[in-house]
Design a protein around this ligand. Structure first.
Ligand code: NAD
Ligand code: UGA
Length: 467
């Protein structure tokens, strides 16, 4: 049967980036066939689930896109090799976590999944293929990918189909944030495309032009594009560490962090966004991308630059330690035999992702002090919470609850760690009645109405405000 599609896109990696990004491309470009492939069978099964609520990624707006396109021009499968062989454009959207061992452990990105993707492309691609770096990568990674692909061009330059096998590499980093992924993809501030070959840059631009204004499409050389992604995340994270460092000063001086954020954010040069103080940034990327930047700077002998950016990560960890110390101090210096309700476990609201969530570190500090923790999160599954703790997990100190009310029952303290809006509207009077006194609320997201809680009888600590 003749292929009715004008292009075949293959996306390697059906994760938080691959799934939503390809759904948006498929929705805006019905003439393109989009295949998302992954080695993880469970994940693909979930993407193909009849029940859309079971998709592996929770993102507002995602279900309707998948419903609209799946089976028409959007397909999810484990057929990595076959799909590569049919594609003319391949997006690599695989994970690039921090290395845990070997050279650069704890700082550099682990590129083993990138390398294995490149090797698979080298082996199974036919004719000319544009390979797009969608994953976040250290600057100069395209050189590695090129080396792998070029060696296959030389060894095997006439593919089985009898056509000449050639490759072109484009960097097209993704700037979506979880929880707003579909809106970010549909209405991006910019699309960044870096490359060396104008035809490939135009090919990728043309896909985005189906729904993004041309003036929002920025084209650069490969290295600027790779580096800009790391720098964008470093700048965003730096704002959070900056405002968090000031939250501590507010608590001791009587200033209020939200008032300070408003006062400085109205200066257009500073801007209002990303000035919400909280328990520190989480998520799979900020920490890993800054550490990767730190590693690159050290590699190139720029120690002062490395030290500067490393401080952003140090302040982030310090904020979590600081909050944990405040909780312990206010609960009379010991958490032994105390039940503490942890409200929220995802790293931010509107996502089920818990990677690097501040809730993990803060809970670990509290476990170390002997606390019994009762967790509730509206979107995070039990297994995700339990798998975040190894040695700390034992039945006596660990409980996963069906509701916030259940978690708070009999607790000495409630800690709000994710800004889920539903926490604002809980029946705080009933919660107060069900708790042991003095009943504490620690609001690390500045979400709840402090005065109302105090009126009910709670002792309340709110981040960045005078006690
Ligand atoms: P993820 O872990 O959710 O998904 C990656 C997927 O790739 C996994 O399902 C894994 O099984 C699959 N995979 C790995 N190697 C494979 C291979 N050889 N063949 C087929 N499948 C393979 O990761 P993610 O959150 O989607 O992030 C992907 C990349 O995008 C990372 O580099 C990340 O830094 C970057 N990024 C992430 C976000 C975000 O919000 N999560 C935003 C922008 C950029
Ligand atoms: C972030 C960036 O915002 C995206 O542009 C980028 O594409 C992505 O990382 C990535 O490369 O992975 P994400 O981590 O999904 O997106 O979410 P953010 O909204 O940036 O929040 C990150 C963390 O910072 C969360 O823990 C959040 O609660 C915290 N945060 C954010 C604050 O504490 N204060 C703020 O003002 C904003």
């Amino acid at each position: 049967m003749k292929n009715k599609f004008t292009r075949n896109i293959c996306c390697i990696g059906a994760g938080y980036v691959g799934g939503p990004t390809m759904s948006v491309i498929a929705s805006n470009c019905p003439e393109i066939r989009v295949d998302v492939v992954d080695i993880n069978e469970e994940r693909i099964k979930a993407w193909n689930s009849d029940e859309l609520s079971k998709l592996p990624v929770f993102e507002p707006g995602l279900e309707s896109l998948v419903e609209k396109c799946r089976g028409k021009n959007l397909f999810f499968s484990n057929k990595v090799e076959e799909t590569i062989s049919k594609a003319d454009i391949i997006f690599i959207s695989v994970n690039t976590p921090t290395k845990t061992k070997g050279l650069g452990a704890g700082l550099a990105s682990d590129l083993k999944w990138i390398e294995s993707s490149a090797r698979q492309i080298a082996k199974f691609a036919r004719s000319h293929t544009v390979v797009v770096e969608k994953s976040t990568l250290p600057v100069k990674t395209a050189e590695t990918i090129k080396a792998i692909l070029n060696s296959s061009e030389q060894n095997d330059h006439i593919s089985n189909s009898g056509m000449k096998k050639t490759f072109s590499i484009v960097s097209n980093p993704e700037f979506l944030a979880e929880g707003t992924a579909i809106d970010d993809l549909q209405n991006p501030d910019r699309v960044l495309i870096g490359g060396e070959d104008i035809d490939s840059i135009n090919l990728i631009s043309d896909i985005y032009k189906s729904w993004v204004d041309q003036d929002k499409i920025i084209t650069t050389n490969l290295w600027s594009s790779e580096l800009s992604k790391l720098v964008a995340n470093a700048f965003l994270a730096q704002r959070i560490s900056s405002i968090n460092s000031i939250s501590a000063l507010c608590e001791t001086t009587g200033a209020n962090i939200n008032e300070v954020a408003e006062a400085i954010g109205t200066d257009k040069r500073i801007g209002r966004r990303f000035l919400n103080s909280g328990p520190g940034f989480g998520g799979s990327c900020f920490k890993k991308d800054i550490l990767n930047l730190v590693y690159l700077c050290r590699y190139y002998g720029l120690d002062e630059v490395a030290d500067y950016w490393e401080q952003v990560v140090k302040v982030n960890l310090w904020q979590q330690e600081r909050i944990s110390r405040i909780i312990i101090k206010n609960l009379f210096g010991t958490l032994s035999e105390k039940r503490i309700a942890i409200l929220g476990f995802s790293f931010k609201s509107n996502t089920n992702d818990t990677r690097q969530s501040p809730a993990i570190n803060i809970s670990k500090y509290l476990f170390q002090e002997g606390a019994k923790l009762a967790f509730y999160d509206p979107k995070v599954s039990e297994i995700q919470i339990t798998s975040s703790f190894g040695e700390f997990k034992n039945e006596e100190t660990f409980e996963i609850c069906e509701s916030a009310i259940q978690a708070c029952e009999g607790a000495d303290a409630v800690i709000v760690l994710t800004e889920w809006q539903e926490f604002k509207y809980l029946d705080w009077i009933s919660i107060y009645k069900s708790m042991r006194k003095p009943a504490w609320v620690f609001d690390t997201r500045i979400l709840l109405e402090k005065d109302k809680l105090k009126e009910i009888g709670f002792e309340v600590w709110t981040l960045g405000t005078p006690f």
